[in-house]
Design a protein around this ligand. Structure first.
Ligand code: ADP
Ligand code: ZN
Ligand code: ZN
Length: 753
């Protein structure tokens, strides 16, 4: 039987165009689809979202290009299901940024683009703001209402604020001013305010007549010089390291530089660490400028995040303040990028696309041809290295702003002290003295829970987690044992699981125990504990910060959440209870991180008019790092670390890539990484400056029931290193592995855990 000529038939129906789509799958390639009758190719533009069939699923992908040819015969291709955007959602520069990031981090472009979108867009919701509720006053502020509200000062203040806003205020703005949803509900029940759904303004920010809401401060010489240097650089790409001691007024430099950018019609992207982005931070920017300030962070709802993203990408916001993911937000008039606390580890994503937003910020600055400002009191060694090599322009703020003086630092030798629950008698006396003078005291302890472990006094065994190589932490409120690595929770046992003895004792101290000890010792002062457990509720942190800002004497006790960005003018004493913990860490960045943390915590002391004092409790007062830090000399501390790193051939001396593997079955990860090493050794050829280390077990080999191994690759030359890693990734991808055996590649790893 003669069949009709297959090729002719195909030619007749053969489409002239193929739609090349990036799809959120780990596969590092693009996929071709066909247009359809309802979605002809003319309607499809690169940067638009489409839904497509993928296996048995329907996924949202991004159109990358329209092609005339495909490697796959068209009868094997499927048509797209629908187009979600009329206009490109992602502009060229963001697609290019994502392609660059995908290549650099050896990740799939589809997943990279997908995670560049806020969740609502990622799952295919329309790119429109919709309307959001705004609050309006429905009554006059007269004697009667004042009388009605005399019992609640907060409600009265909220009502006053709303009465003075003819265009209404939305819930987020009110929250930033310290008014909770509950306050608004009470006012609404009394019939004083009402909520109406309003479409947020989409006017371009440049239409705003007077961008300034309140006057700038008068800067000191150093601030002035820094601000002028960056402002002069507007319109061209350059990276600045703004190294300013804590309290030196870096934010004021940001604000005035932003002001200059706004005057030129340019948008600014401000990246802030995870914990630093509190409503208070955003308020500082909104209080200064009339132009809309958009923000993106994990405390917002998906709808609010979409709104912030759209405001920035449609130029209705002049400023976007965001945690790391904001680096992927389209900003058509982008003219300035600021990365505050550039050393902060939250800029590095620790899953999926393991990008560092600080590093991407520099790429983005080169794309947008604009200045990138990296600000920190304690810059990372990588950044310092780049600055010293002349790649970055170094700007210094050596003085604290206003009248504040640098804090006096002191090492307290614990070896000759009477110690109760980790607090020395000497420290307790000093705390008492500061409180008695009407000041606030901040105590830093980087361990939440009651005690980090429970030991049997008869047989010496410690209660461990079944799933991890880790001790169970004791919590008292409510009482239970908790593994901080896998979240396993169980009741506190009566008896030792090994010898049935009843003599189980907590060892060490966490913030809960310190809270108990401090409350007993200073019964007339409130102890405000700030850690992950006490700030779980959405508004809890805000309420605690408010209490602190009344300025009344109190003890603030907390983990590293306290270290960052906060400005508490009434804190005169800062104490670091256990400075030794981080100094002997197995991670090569351990001392750098500890030093930064100590300097940042110390920087919370004496930021107002009153002088500050810092006490560091240690059993190793001769330790060279502590010596340098206690002299308030981060620069020399960093120098000493440079020597160490050079000696060990570790970044910033050369570059690192870490391949991790984990499996439920012992032995599998090691076998995989050994095979990978063999392959790499065999194939690296002339790239002799690339060295392999491992496989070695991860510092915590077993975690969440999985056995974890590492293979480390060090290279003097980035390009060579990337070539070796690319080969290794292809090797891993080409093998069908058992489902429970996983691997990941981490370029420029921050944590070796
Ligand atoms: P940093 O971010 O460097 O730690 P901040 O920007 O938070 O410091 O500034 C610390 C304090 O100093 C803030 O209360 C700020 O308002 C104040 N400040 C900054 N610059 C000046 C200035 N030029 N004159 C007076 N006060 C200033
Ligand atoms: Zn026992
Ligand atoms: Zn565990």
């Amino acid at each position: 039987m003669s069949t009709p000529s297959h090729s002719t038939a195909q030619n007749d129906t053969s489409p002239e165009a193929f739609i090349r789509v990036a799809i959120p799958t780990p596969l590092r390639r693009l996929f071709d689809y066909l247009p359809s009758a309802s979605y002809p190719v003319e309607a499809i533009k690169p940067g638009c979202r489409v839904t497509v069939p993928f296996g048995s699923r329907e996924l949202v992908g991004i159109v990358m290009s329209i092609e005339a040819n495909s490697d796959i015969p068209s009868n094997k291709l499927k048509p797209i299901i629908s187009i979600l955007d009329n206009q490109p959602l992602l502009p060229k520069d963001i697609i290019q940024l994502c392609q660059w990031a995908a290549r650099y981090y050896h990740h799939s472009v589809g997943e990279t683009l997908s995670q560049a979108l806020p969740k609502n867009l990622r799952i295919g919701k329309p790119a429109s703001m919709g309307s959001i509720p705004f609050w309006f006053a429905s009554s006059e502020l007269d004697a009667e209402t004042a009388n009605l509200l005399q019992r609640s000062k907060k409600q009265l203040a909220a009502f006053e604020l709303i009465s003075n806003a003819p265009n209404g205020l939305n819930g987020t703005e009110l929250l930033e001013s310290g008014f909770s949803r509950a306050i608004l509900q009470s006012l609404s029940k009394k019939g004083l305010i009402e909520s109406r759904d309003i479409e947020p303004s989409s006017l371009p920010f440049t239409e705003q007549n007077s961008p300034l809401k309140s006057a700038h401060l008068i800067m000191n010489d150093e601030q002035h010089y820094a601000c002028e240097a960056i402002t002069d650089g507007l319109g061209s790409f350059n990276t600045y390291l703004l190294e300013g001691v804590t309290g030196s007024g870096k934010t004021e430099v940001y604000l005035q530089t932003i002001s200059a950018a706004l005057a030129k019609g340019l948008q600014t992207l401000v990246l802030i660490p995870e914990i630093g982005l509190t409503p208070q931070t955003v308020k500082r920017f909104r209080d200064r400028f009339n132009v809309p300030v958009a923000c993106l962070h994990s405390g917002l709802s998906d709808g609010e995040r979409l709104q912030g993203w759209l405001e920035a990408s449609r130029c209705s916001a002049g400023i976007l303040i965001s945690t790391r993911s904001g680096i992927f937000t389209p900003m058509p008039n982008l003219g300035l990028i600021i990365v505050d606390e550039e050393h902060d580890s939250s800029y590095k994503q620790q899953e999926s696309l393991r990008y560092n937003a600080r590093d991407l910020a520099i790429y983005r600055g080169s794309q947008a041809n604009c200045p990138v400002v990296l600000g920190s009191a304690t810059p990372s060694l990588e950044t310092l290295h780049n600055a010293r090599q002349g790649k970055y322009t170094q700007l210094h703020l050596k003085q604290r702003a206003g009248n504040a003086k640098p804090p006096a630092m002191e090492l307290l030798d614990m070896r000759h002290q009477l110690v109760k629950d980790g607090l020395s008698t000497e420290l307790l006396q000093r705390i008492g003295a500061h409180l008695a003078r009407g000041n606030q005291v901040m105590i830093f302890l980087n361990r939440r829970g009651y005690a980090p472990s429970m030991i049997c006094q008869d047989c010496g065994s410690i209660i461990d987690c079944h799933h991890c190589d880790a001790h169970m932490t004791i919590h008292r409120f409510p009482p239970h044992l908790h593994c901080h690595h896998c979240d396993l929770q169980q009741p506190i046992p009566w008896q030792c699981p090994s010898c049935q003895s009843r003599k189980l004792q907590p060892v060490g101290q966490g913030t809960e125990k310190a809270e108990q000890t401090l409350s007993q010792h200073f019964p007339s002062y409130p102890v405000i504990r700030i850690d992950r457990d006490t700030t779980r509720k959405k508004q809890a942190l805000g309420e605690m910060l408010e209490k602190i800002n009344t300025g009344k004497p109190c003890i603030l006790l907390g983990t590293q959440m306290l270290a960052k960005g906060h400005h508490f003018p009434d804190v005169t004493l800062v104490a670091i209870i256990n400075a030794d913990a981080g100094l002997f860490s197995s991670d090569f960045r351990g001392s750098e991180k500890t030093g930064q943390l100590i300097m940042q915590v110390a920087g919370r002391a004496g930021r107002g008019h009153k002088p500050g004092q810092v006490i560091i409790q240690t059993y190793n007062p001769e330790h060279p790092s502590l010596q340098l830090l206690s002299m308030n000399d981060y620069g020399r501390f960093a120098d000493s670390l440079f020597v160490e790193r050079r000696h060990l051939n570790l970044p910033p001396e050369g570059y690192l890539t870490l391949v991790r593997s984990e499996s439920m079955n012992q032995g599998e990860s090691e076998t995989l990484l050994s095979a990978l090493r063999q392959y790499a050794e065999h194939n690296k050829g002339q790239l002799t400056d690339t060295r392999l280390l491992g496989p070695i077990p991860a510092p915590m080999e077993k975690r969440q029931g999985r056995y974890r191994w590492h293979l480390l690759i060090h290279g003097k030359d980035r390009k060579d290193l990337h070539r070796v890693v690319e080969g290794m990734v292809s090797f891993l991808e080409s093998h069908r592995l058992p489902r429970q055996l996983k691997w990941t590649v981490d370029i420029d790893p921050q944590e070796m855990s």
